[in-house]
Design a protein around this ligand. Structure first.
Ligand SMILES: CC(C)(COP(=O)(O)OP(=O)(O)OC[C@H]1O[C@@H](n2cnc3c(N)ncnc32)[C@H](O)[C@@H]1OP(=O)(O)O)[C@@H](O)C(=O)NCCC(=O)NCCS
Length: 180
């Protein structure tokens, strides 16, 4: 697949040079505040391997984000298929993770718009969802900027997290294809 591009953003397949800055992000507690914990270099590399393997199975995935005329790697955004079962699965999810120094510039939203256009256009999806721990207000703000809609009736407890875990309660946002 050709990279997806906007004025400032290029979404592309991953390169080996992305692994070190990605591991640095995944070791940063600020980036991982709403996940179970930070990742080691080996865990981060294994995630890149899984991301790249899934690109070979489908016509979408999580793309590395490059800034035109700027940083070669600022994080990722893209589409994936959650592996857990919930009332809204099977589904295609959009997600994002950026290094802290690239927050507050609109890159996540701009990159996500490219991923949504690919999902609804080229892939022909009818709906794309996003979910996050209820307290992840920065991520929820991206969902809202994208025009995604939350119905509190869709809120759910993430099945991978134990009862009582601080991040267990999740919110779900949905976006339907305009063509449907
Ligand atoms: C979630 C995350 C990607 C959001 O990043 P973000 O930088 O807040 O979001 P955007 O890239 O859309 O940027 C929006 C901000 O950039 C500002 N901005 C500055 N220049 C801008 C421009 N040219 N265009 C658009 N927005 C711009 C906006 O005003 C907004 O600022 P605000 O946060 O003060 O309201 C980031 O916090 C992150 O990586 N978190 C850790 C990982 C994570 O939790 N992922 C989600 C798991 S579900």
């Amino acid at each position: 697949m050709e990279p997806l591009t906007s004025e400032r953003i290029r979404l592309r397949r991953w390169r080996d040079e992305d692994r070190a800055p990605f591991a640095a992000m995944n070791a940063d507690p600020r980036v991982m505040e709403f996940f179970s914990g930070t990742l080691s270099r080996a865990e981060s590399d294994a995630l890149v391997d899984r991301i790249e393997a899934s690109h070979c199975e489908r016509s979408f995935g999580l793309w590395a984000i490059e800034v035109a005329g700027g940083a070669a790697f600022v994080g990722f955004t893209g589409l994936s298929v959650p592996r857990f079962a919930a009332p809204f699965t099977p589904c295609v999810e959009i997600g994002w993770r950026l290094a802290v120094e690239h927050w507050g510039k609109g890159y996540a939203t701009e990159a996500a718009r490219l991923a949504l256009a690919h999902g609804f256009g080229t892939v022909g999806l009818e709906e794309i969802v996003a979910f996050t721990a209820a307290g992840n207000l920065r991520s929820r703000a991206v969902m809202e900027r994208l025009g995604m809609q939350r119905d509190p009736a869709d809120d759910f407890d993430h099945p991978s997290l134990p009862s009582g875990h601080r991040l267990r309660r999740h919110v779900l946002y949905r976006l339907k294809s305009r063509g449907r």
